[in-house]
Design a protein around this ligand. Sequence first.
Ligand SMILES: Nc1ncnc2c1ncn2[C@@H]1O[C@H](COP(=O)(O)OP(=O)(O)OP(=O)(O)O)[C@@H](O)[C@H]1O
Ligand SMILES: [Mg+2]
Ligand SMILES: [Zn+2]
Length: 541
Amino acid sequence: MCVYQALYRKYRPSSFEDVISQQHITDTLKNQLLSGKTGHAYLFTGSRGTGKTTCARILAKALICENPKNGEPCLECELCRDMDNDRLSDIIEIDAASNGGVNDARELREAASYSPERCKYRVYIIDEVHMLSRDAFNALLKIIEEPPPHVKFILATTEIHKVLDTILSRCQRFDFRRIRTEDIAARIMSVAEKEQVSVDEDAAALIAKIADGGMRDALSIMDKCIAFSDKVTVDTVSEAAGIAGRGNLFDMTCAVCSKNASQALEIVSALHSNSKDMQQFAMELLEQIRNVMVIQNVSGAEKLIACTSAELEILKKCAADTDPAYIIHIMDMLGKCVERLGRSSSKRIELEMTFISLCTGQKAQSAPQAAAAVSFPSEDTAMLTARIAELEQQIKTMQSQGFAQQPVRRQPPVRQSGNVPMDAVTDTSKMDVNSAVLMPEWPEILERFAQVCPSVSGTLSESYGYVSNNYLLIVTKNNFFLSLLRNKENAEKLRETIKAVTGKNYSIRAKCTGAKQGAAENKLPQLMQKAAESNIPVETE
Ligand SMILES: Nc1ncnc2c1ncn2[C@@H]1O[C@H](COP(=O)(O)OP(=O)(O)OP(=O)(O)O)[C@@H](O)[C@H]1O
Ligand SMILES: [Mg+2]
Ligand SMILES: [Zn+2]
């Protein structure tokens, strides 16, 4: 009978000689074994799939082997073979991550009193030791303080910072390195040969890059590739590793680098209709932007980047065409956006606003800078109407030109008379609507506000925030918001929330676009949105 065995299990090294990229560890261990000066407790740490469990097993075997050679287990004596078949009660493997801990604690308490059955030592291999139950942990601490001569401990963990000092100080610590890309690729090629499958060198290199230093991941990807085809190419790898179909991701990378807002929003819209996870997408985009930065700053960066060669060409072009300072700015904005996306309930808007800000340069300057840069004309309310007319005109022009990418020259606002009655909150007369920009923090403000003032926040479910100098214009569909905002307490809570998120004291103005409002005002948010979607800057340059 032939049971398929995962490659990473099949090719688990059985001797130190066969372990790659960890020579600083394997050499030391072999020397200790040769000289008979082994410790009573070891701690193996390092990232996933770098050989901790593998080396723990080899070390255990070498410790109990009847005929060790050069610090390696012989693999032939009865004890070596019984250990391979899990028939050696003196080697005890505990996986702290998968056990409730009741048995572990008992086993560990027994460790001190029982002597080994057949071997020189009882060897305890404790994987993910930072996850031991408290009872088990206390039992471990106790024996490790005064270890009986017949007991050896080999502890392993990926999270060394979670291991208490009391344990650390009693162990010999070995840090496993991420395995070098070249070493992984070479190993992949040698496994391919043994498995009699053809793997292109490029494909092996891509697997190695994706695996990011972990040999288990590399072999798992290879497993998938072989399931696809027995001729493994770069395409097979990108298919198997799930990096195929990343067109949107790289289109977006170009769109953001070249400040093409309409393309960026188109892509967001496509992602949205395909129900793609916006946060995941933003994180992947951040990684690609980071790759662009790496290309700009490191020679021979190709080796560090896990992508297909076509993708690499795109990244290189972005790197060549984009100002490095802007790349850093994108990373900064995108990083914050990813953070906010985790909390936000309006992820699409959150992402859109980030792209608009990036592509149109809005919010690129800090608030005080912006205030200094934009003069503050005290205009009459008609400005609003004028601005709307202007935006409408711009959108028409853009539409007739098929949204061609070209700078939009702003006409000076046409003054019109005709006042809309407004009170303190709705009075936008002192606002320079021309310079109003979408506020990137708005979704976050909403999120927080929902916690302190759920009743009012409900009326903001379909709202946008625009800033102009020290004014914040809230445009919401729900008319009820205005009456709620006139309540001092509510207004205060909102102001505090805004201050908490932005660090600024804005004068708040509100517009409700529900049935009762004047027709001209109704259009503002719509137009702002439309303008944004068609890449019309809604900001004065
Ligand atoms: N240094 C290495 N040399 C050769 N193969 C390795 C090496 N490290 C890992 N592997 C391969 O990866 C598989 C998993 O390795 P291992 O279980 O030792 O990783 P680990 O460091 O314990 O990972 P984890 O933290 O996830 O438990 C092995 O079976 C082997 O195929
Ligand atoms: Mg392990
Ligand atoms: Zn042996």
